[in-house]
Write a protein that binds this ligand. Structure first.
Ligand code: PLP
Length: 389
């Protein structure tokens, strides 16, 4: 039996895995201690739980637990990384290189810094969504302190050439930060193999709770300096003050452990369902997949339904299927996706595109239903348009 609506918006957020909720529950009630209370059992118990979660989180990305700073999510981690590095390395310079298809949490942080005098280069992307490594290399200046390129895009799933980017950054002695919110837990991400210095990610995109995330900060070769953006009790080695969200952190840890175990099977399952969906949809006339289809997350598909408005399409199906056009953070605005525009799509094509993001809990039956429903809706909307003309 299908349960409606079918949820295919797993890049906006995911359901908390019941095993995650189960791990969190005691930390709301009997184990409610403050992890910074060093004088009694309640604090020790909470601290022990946080230490364990820190190991689980670090383990998923090949880091040391000391290199994990807990935050309220990826938005805060993006802000802390970029602002904190620009502040810490001010004597070296204040030029940042990033990409026009980044998440708003990165783009708007850069814009904020530009107002206070920093300079930012926004790299373009090719029509397949990938950056041009020569353009990156030639954008580097003597005063460049940071290269910020996301691991995988939230709207298209496109994976940037992280290893090549980090090689360039290393060679030129520049720090490399990546927003890996969509990649961590979905594909293997290893901060050492990938040459990442600083990395943001979030629990609620990997079946953990909302309101908790992390910043990975490399401690050797090189030891990265970050100036705190939140002052107070000196939690998280002084990098992020504020009482730790113990239940959230416990849930994040559990979510990371589960993702590590289930990544291989999960991505094969997602990939199979995604390909089935994509093959069927692109069988309709004038329907195309946006962006590179090789360097891409296994569960994401951004599809252009030419001559059909994505909004009308969503309105026709949204009682039964939850999808999105663009990111959750910007879809309240009627503007075409900045990501698709940067890839060279016209406003009209960008506004005719939908993002499908498959998750751990989707079934084959749901995909069959989605295919049928979308096909009908596209045909119907095109017919109505033909009548108007
Ligand atoms: C969801 C997302 C964010 C924001 O994460 P929060 O934890 O919700 O703040 C940042 N970057 C990317 C790429 C995302 O997909």
């Amino acid at each position: 039996m299908l349960k409606f609506p079918v949820y295919l918006d797993n890049n906006a957020t995911t359901a908390c895995d019941p095993r995650v909720v189960e791990a969190m529950l005691p930390y709301f009630t009997e184990r409610f201690g403050n992890a910074a209370s060093h004088n009694h059992f309640f604090g020790w118990e909470a601290e022990e739980a946080v230490d364990h979660a820190r190991e689980q989180v670090a383990g998923l990305i090949g880091a040391e637990s000391k290199e994990i700073i807990f935050t309220s999510g990826a938005t805060e981690a993006d802000n802390l990384a970029i602002k904190g590095i620009v502040e810490a390395y001010a004597s070296k310079g204040d030029h940042i290189i990033t990409v026009s298809t980044e998440h708003k949490a990165v783009l708007d942080t850069c814009k904020h810094l530009e107002k206070s005098g920093a300079t930012v280069t926004y790299l373009s992307v090719k029509s397949d969504g990938l950056i041009d490594l020569d353009e990156l290399e030639s954008s580097i200046q003597a005063n460049t302190v940071l290269i910020a390129v996301m691991y995988a895009n939230n709207e298209t799933g496109i994976i940037q050439p992280i290893k090549q980017i980090s090689d360039i950054a290393r060679r030129r002695g520049i720090l490399f930060f990546t927003d890996a919110t969509q990649a961590v837990g979905k594909i293997p991400v290893n901060v050492n193999e990938d040459g990442i210095d600083v990395m943001a990610f979030s629990a609620h995109k990997i079946y953990g709770p909302k309101g908790v995330g992390a910043l990975y900060v490399r401690r050797k070769n090189p030891r990265v300096k970050i100036i705190a953006q939140m002052d107070g009790g000196g939690h998280e080695k002084g990098m992020r003050s504020g009482t730790l969200n113990v239940p959230g952190i416990v849930g994040f840890g559990k979510a990371c452990e589960l993702s590590a175990h289930e990544m291989k099977n999960g991505s094969i399952q997602a990939d199979t369902l995604r390909d089935k969906l994509e093959d069927a949809l692109t069988g309709i006339d004038d329907v195309f997949v946006n962006g590179n289809t090789v360097h891409r997350l296994p569960h994401v598909s951004n599809v252009l339904f030419r001559y059909v408005s994505a909004n009308s399409l969503m309105m026709r199906i949204n009682k039964e299927i939850a999808v999105s056009s663009g990111s959750a953070c910007t879809s309240a605005l009627p503007e075409p996706s900045h990501v698709l525009r940067a890839m060279g799509l016209s406003d009209e094509d960008a506004q005719s595109s939908l993002r499908f993001a498959i998750g751990r809990f989707n079934t084959d039956e749901e995909i069959d239903f989605t295919i049928q429903k979308i096909k009908e809706a596209v045909m119907h909307l095109r017919e109505m348009q033909a009548q108007v003309k």
